[in-house]
Design a protein around this ligand. Structure first.
Ligand SMILES: [Zn+2]
Length: 268
């Protein structure tokens, strides 16, 4: 099949919804992928444990983590792994040269922090962005969880636990679709991979069939998040994701299979 025919076929299949030439080249290069050296696929990170990927630690007490200087963020007191902050700063400087101002809105969130977000939504203390009060409007536990899971992770299953993931500028997809937000988004789509970042929650389609809704703000530092994803795939089990309101439905929903692994293949 020649390239033009392949592009046509892929666009019919909706693969272009997950963006772009990279996705296409990944499909075209799938044979190359298989030939990767074995050690690269199986390489383990020394700090990867089940407790780590579940966010069961305090970033402030872990010397691999650093606080994010306020000039890069919208508030004090957020953390990233040091190598992730270093890569981000290089990207920030390059973006700034091009007139694009990246602002970190959220970074590392541990299990306890995520539990707070999740349970405030579960109990109706936080109203969802579409106006839903989960506690009042949705009676059944599974349906409640699936509604919150449109945009929020269950505690123990978030990539934000890992110190490798960052939310930029706005939590509204629409912000990234016009004006300054669109310029920033296009800049990231074009350049973020050069600094090691990919966007796991692209639009759902053939490349990503399950998981959270699209998040144009969420980016992962691949050199660490890829091995952590593979670790989670092997070691994290639904029955471990417990200790918060609604945790009785984790197995039924298959949180690991559908959400932890429901990411753009480029980020795996
Ligand atoms: Zn995020």
């Amino acid at each position: 099949m020649n390239k033009i025919v392949l592009i046509f076929v892929l666009s019919i299949l909706g693969i272009s919804s997950c963006n772009n030439e990279k996705a296409l080249s990944q499909v075209m290069d799938s044979n190359k992928e298989i030939k990767k050296p074995e050690q690269e696929k199986t390489k383990e990170l020394s700090f990867a444990t089940v407790d780590y990927v579940m966010g069961k630690f305090q970033p402030k007490d872990d010397e691999a983590f650093v606080t994010i200087p306020i000039r890069y963020a919208d508030r004090e007191g957020m953390y990233l792994r040091k190598e992730v902050l270093d890569a981000f700063v290089k990207m920030y400087d390059a973006a700034k040269e091009d007139g694009v101002h990246l602002v970190i809105r959220s970074a590392t969130r541990n299990f306890e922090y995520q539990k707070g977000i999740w349970e405030r939504k579960w109990t109706g203390q936080t109203i969802l962005s579409d106006g839903t009060n989960v506690a009042k409007d949705i009676p059944l536990a599974k349906a409640k969880a699936l509604k919150i899971l449109e945009y929020s992770s269950m505690p123990g299953s978030s990539r934000h636990h890992w110190g490798t993931d960052i939310d930029f500028n706005s939590f509204e997809n629409s912000w990234f679709e016009t004006g300054e937000g669109l310029i920033l988004f296009n800049w990231l789509e074009k350049h973020a991979a050069d600094y090691g970042f990919c966007r796991p929650y692209c639009a759902k389609g053939d490349l990503r069939q399950s998981g959270y809704n699209e998040e144009k703000w969420h980016w992962s530092y691949m050199p660490l998040s890829k091995p952590l994803t593979r670790f989670a795939e092997r070691r994290l089990k639904n029955e471990m994701i417990k200790g918060f309101k609604g945790d009785e439905v984790t197995e039924e929903i298959d949180v690991v299979g559908n959400y932890v692994l429901g990411i753009h293949p480029e980020c795996k």
